[in-house]
Ligand binder design. Structure first.
Ligand SMILES: [Zn+2]
Length: 230
């Protein structure tokens, strides 16, 4: 738990304080989670003046919902909308998919290390075999090199495709969580939020091309929410 808290603090860029279970926003979160039959997350307030809110969902343990001081100061209807957006991510399992992918990539790397160990051990063994030992060593090393090069090329290619795919999925999941929040609290608080964020423009990653963004622009989100309204 302490490790997780440190990780959350790094992500939130501020110290975390637990929100008590009888606080109005905790009660609202509990009600929403119960309504959608998901486990209520741990609720944290972060000392950060910017508008930051996110969920982290490990596979078995309870999820965490972090809201910055900047979010907690928002008008109550917008604050509820932000919470509903984050609960929307939990309902759709977005945060869990990210977690699963990271674990999968970790396990691929673990296999790599194991293979390398086995090859090293075999080479050492071959070294002691008379006559055929040396050519066998060279053959093994050659195969290992070939495998490594193929693996490297595959990972570079797969990595780029994987990144493009996750970023696209991330933008899609943002729209989906916005739609969820709008279905709970209406589209207006969301529209007001993204308009004010766009006006402050402290967060908008405008310079990045669309394929490199994790989030849609505020303008795109307002447009989608307006469609939700009509
Ligand atoms: Zn989101």
């Amino acid at each position: 738990m302490r490790h997780r808290k440190r990780q959350l603090q790094r992500l939130a860029k501020g110290r975390l304080v637990k929100v008590s279970a009888d606080h109005p926003i905790a009660l609202y979160t509990q009600r929403l989670c119960k309504q959608h039959r998901i486990r209520c997350p741990h609720l944290w307030a972060a000392e950060n003046a910017y508008v930051v809110a996110f969920v982290v969902a490990p596979p078995i343990r309870k999820s965490h919902l972090v809201l910055s001081a900047g979010v907690l100061q928002l008008p109550s209807d917008i604050l509820r909308w932000v919470i509903a957006h984050e609960v929307g991510h939990l309902v759709h399992g977005d945060a869990r998919h990210v977690f699963a992918w990271q674990r999968f990539l970790d396990s691929v790397l673990a296999w790599q290390r194991l293979r390398l160990k086995v090859v090293k051990w075999l080479v050492r063994l071959c070294y002691w075999i008379p006559l055929v030992g040396h050519p066998l060593c060279r053959l093994l090393v050659g195969f290992e090199r070939l495998f490594q090069n193929l693996d490297k090329a595959g990972r570079q290619l797969g990595g780029a495709a994987y990144e493009a795919l996750t970023l696209w999925a991330s933008r899609r999941s943002e729209f989906r969580a916005d739609a969820f929040a709008a279905s709970q609290e209406g589209a207006e608080p969301g529209i007001a939020l993204f308009r004010s964020l766009a006006a402050a423009s402290t967060f908008e990653p405008l310079q990045r091309p669309i394929c490199l963004r994790t989030h849609p622009t505020h303008h795109e989100r307002v447009k989608a929410l307006k469609r939700f309204n009509s």
